[in-house]
Design a protein around this ligand. Sequence first.
Ligand code: ADP
Length: 707
Amino acid sequence: MIKGLNYKFLILLSTVLACTILAFFVGFIKNETIVYTHFFYVPILLAGVWYRKKAVFIALFLCFVYILVTLFSPHAELYVHIFERSAIFVAVAYVIGLVSEKRAKGEEKLKETKEYLDNIITSSADAIVVVDMDGIVRSWNRAAEDYMGYSAKEVIGTSNKNFFADPGEAEKIMRIVQREGELKNYRTTVLNKDKKPVHISMSAALLKDRNGVPVGTVRVSRDITKEVELEEKIKEERDNLNQILESMDDGVYIVSKDYKVEFMNKVLIDALGYHVGDICYKAFHNRDEPCPRCKNTEVMKGKTVRWEWYSRRNNKTYDLFETPMRNINGTISKLTIFRDISDRKRMEDDLKDAEERYRVIFEHALTALCVIEDGEVVSVANKEFETLSGYSREEIKGKKWIDFIADQDRDRVQNYCVERRKGEAPACCEFKFVSSNGEIKHVNAWIEPIPGADSCIASLLDVTELKRKEDELRETCEKLAELDKMKRDFLNVAYHEMRSPLAPIVGYASMLERCELPDKGKKYLYNIEHSARELEKLINRMLELARIDGKKIELSLEGVYIPEVVAEVVKDIEPEAREKKQVISMAVQEVEIQADRQKIVAIFSNLISNAIKYTPEGGKIDIVVEDRGEDIRAYVADTGIGITEEHLPKIFERFYMVDTSLTRKSGSLGLGLSIVKEYVKLHGGKVWATSEIGKGSKFFFIMPKRQ
Ligand code: ADP
């Protein structure tokens, strides 16, 4: 700069000197002034260009020289031009100086701007690279040097293709910039000098010359490797989160600030359908604007909310947990967890219903109910308890349980309560209850511990009246038992007394049989004897039943060989069967049991004679006895009239008869089967019958072999 200045100054000085010398030389020696002042414009022009307005001084100096030459020149007629020309010199100097200054200022400004831009480019944190239309790098700033590792020298003049991880990118970028005129935040990967990938975000613009012809592209790129790594990490975390959300039992969705559904997990898709990408209020609620209860705005402000939502769409109640969630791009979305609490709700409602039901039952129960806390204090009581105790509910609450128990029963009931809570006492206990006016009432108390609590519920039934009636009944029963005993004793005596005259009647009748009697007499005698024997049988049965009732029967046990007993009974009764042309078949296993022989005879005798009695002529009777190891099973089957279902359960009752022509004819009394039942029972066995009307009956009994 200083060099330049000296050089210009010397040239200027030389031209000024040359002009001065020339003017003097021409003016004094040759006496011509007009032509040679034109040279003065040269230093004026130079000064104007180089020293701007200062050129006026040069012009003034030259004017001075000119005036001097003119004044001292012998040609006086030229004086008239002196001032005119001097003014022109100054004016020209001034104008040129002005124009130069303007231009210099412009240049300075341009320089400043250029420096400023250079500074920006150099100090920019972003790489600024200029690439011409052939893809050759023309400019490469420091930031580019920093993250690419190449110096500007190494790179300028080479193809930009070499720097991209994918060489096709260079052309692609150029194409886009040419087409669109610019490129914004384009992400790509370049390779640095160590061939390591560097992720960059590039913005580019088309450079054009004055005529609008594209000459290249300027590209501003930022190293976003860290951001990309972070994004990848966030994405990974987001993927993990999504995976977690997918595997959750609860429904999950993510909604953006502008209500767009960004994510739904499977549970929610199954429940509400797939709506990712839809606007939530439109998709889920068929609305044109956000729902009034929506918490999106609150959540977007950073709040976490929890609330309950009932879906009319699937009749379910959800517990919603909504919280803000930061996205990769820095925006906030709303994460909502839908927990289906319909079952819990239903259970709560059911519980409420159940509680209400139990409250009503508790309140309106016909027994007095109260809850005893820790075995001591009554906390709740029902209406009936108020009635029983005579206290109001307010008075009962907090009262000691023991105060309701009569002194003499207190220890016993307290012990009972303790044992009951341990599960070691029966459910019910009886004690004397003291009411508000001191009246003693007999109560039956059921005390039940409440599971999971230190309390129990007492249910008290006032049995005072019942007790009184029970006492009365007991007295009556005792009297009746006494009367019954008197009756049985009387009947016993009566039957014995009735039997005594029968023996001589039968005896004399048999004696008379041996006497000569007319046919009519013989017939009368037979009738007398038959009736007497029937009467004897009847009396014997009545006597037997009286004995059974009086519990006077004792089994005289012995080894009873069943085939023998059956054969004996059949032999006795067979004439009757023969008379009716009936066939008796026997399948009796050889078995001996320990029993009262007479009673076993009576059992078989009653069953077989009934079979004969209720089977018409030509029928069949089967007698079967099976040895089953521990017991015997026997049955007598006939092909008789049968018994209807209606009568079957009653035929073992005393004096029960099915009214048929056969019963009427036979003069039955309905005692045989009741005696059979009693005898079988006495031996620890069981008797029953099956029958089909018109086809026959089967009478079974089982009896243990050992008593
Ligand atoms: P009864 O001495 O009158 O026969 P039971 O007690 O032996 O009295 O029998 C009671 C009733 O059972 C009889 O009146 C009769 O109607 C019915 N019954 C008993 N055995 C038979 C049978 N084998 N077939 C049909 N009916 C029978």
